[in-house]
Ligand binder design. Structure first.
Ligand code: SF4
Ligand code: SF4
Length: 317
């Protein structure tokens, strides 16, 4: 009963299954202008994986058929994909809401100054990493200069309504700077709001607290410090059955840059494709089969179910 599946069965009497495709998450590639310590997909400026136009067309066909409520764009820095704007236009043109997971600094690169306006024009929601309201913590996780540039990006986004107009969401993402679980989301959101307003006069919509997953560069870093086993023990000891109903894999599917399908971005990072007999490529997208599929799980899943839980939308309970 020490496996994640075993704990789920013990708590619910059944295995973990998807219940519908509310969100299609699309990983547009691994190129990123940053190289953060906590990155679960190990993105960096030298990664070359990138979704091409043909695969984007296949994703758009899947969106037409499945009609999800949300298409969630991630990476790497999704803005660095050469067909990013074209893809946003296509999906928004289908009447489906687009959300972009941005690192904020990519929007400040040369040639991107009109990007906030473009995203507003297409009604895109933004989810932006800012793992602390204190500079030192952001610098240690995400690199020199990232904090200042992120603040400047939020300022620009605020100036056109993001994080202020309820229709233009700008959600921030916190993750812990060490091997501990996130603090309570509501209290931390209040701290962020107060501190960012007092220091810079900037605003955001909501704060999402996310647990560092034992995957990718974060996991490799723990291994080097010989802290992996201890962290996994913390996640397992913090298992909370109350989070299982809200696990994000129950309502979504992830598409990798080459069109392969996964239960979530973590399984994507680990190379664990969708199972249960579902077609594994977006060209064969079968919304019905995917909707009832059994989720492929592993030890890393304890990261989603620890404490208050963790997902792309923050805490689960
Ligand atoms: S965490 Fe985000 S910003 Fe940092 S390297 Fe990974 S994809 Fe880039
Ligand atoms: S890691 Fe992925 S598959 Fe596992 S519980 Fe989290 S969302 Fe679900």
């Amino acid at each position: 009963m020490d496996s994640f599946d075993g704990r789920v069965e013990e708590a619910t009497g059944s295995v973990l299954r998807c219940r519908g495709i509310d969100t299609i998450q699309v990983n547009l590639g691994l190129m990123c202008n940053q190289q953060c310590r906590h990155c679960h997909v190990s993105a960096s400026p030298i990664r070359t994986e990138s979704m091409d136009r043909h695969t984007m067309g296949l994703v758009a066909d899947a969106v037409r058929r499945a009609r999800p409520s949300l298409v969630d764009l991630t990476g790497g820095a999704p803005e660095l994909n050469p067909f990013f704007r074209e893809f946003v236009e296509t999906i928004a043109g289908l009447g489906v809401r687009v959300q972009v997971r941005t690192n904020l600094t990519a929007m400040m690169l040369p040639g991107k100054s009109d990007l906030p306006g473009f995203l507003r024009e297409h009604g895109a929601g933004l989810v932006a990493s800012l793992p602390c309201y204190l500079e030192e913590n952001v610098r240690s996780q995400r690199g020199e200069g990232v904090y200042e540039t992120s603040v400047e990006a939020i300022r620009r986004l605020n100036s056109i309504g993001y994080g202020i107009d309820p229709a233009l969401s700008l959600d921030l993402v916190y993750n812990p700077g060490g091997t501990f679980l996130p603090p309570g989301q509501a209290a931390l959101e209040a701290d962020y709001r107060r501190e960012l307003d007092a220091r810079f006069g900037i605003s955001f919509s909501r704060l999402f607290t996310i647990t560092n997953m034992p995957v990718g560069r974060y996991w490799a870093g723990l291994g080097r410090q010989e802290k992996g086993r201890e962290y996994l023990r913390l996640l397992k000891e913090s298992f909370n059955p109350g989070t299982l109903d809200g696990l994000m894999c129950r309502d979504m599917v992830s598409v990798r840059w080459d069109g392969a399908l996964f239960d979530c971005d973590f399984n994507l990072a680990l190379g664990l494709p969708v199972g249960d007999g579902c077609p594994g490529h977006v060209r064969d997208f079968d919304a019905d089969a995917l909707s009832g599929r059994r989720i492929v799980t592993g030890e890393h899943c304890f990261g989603c179910a620890a404490g208050c839980g963790s997902s792309c939308k923050g805490a689960l309970v």
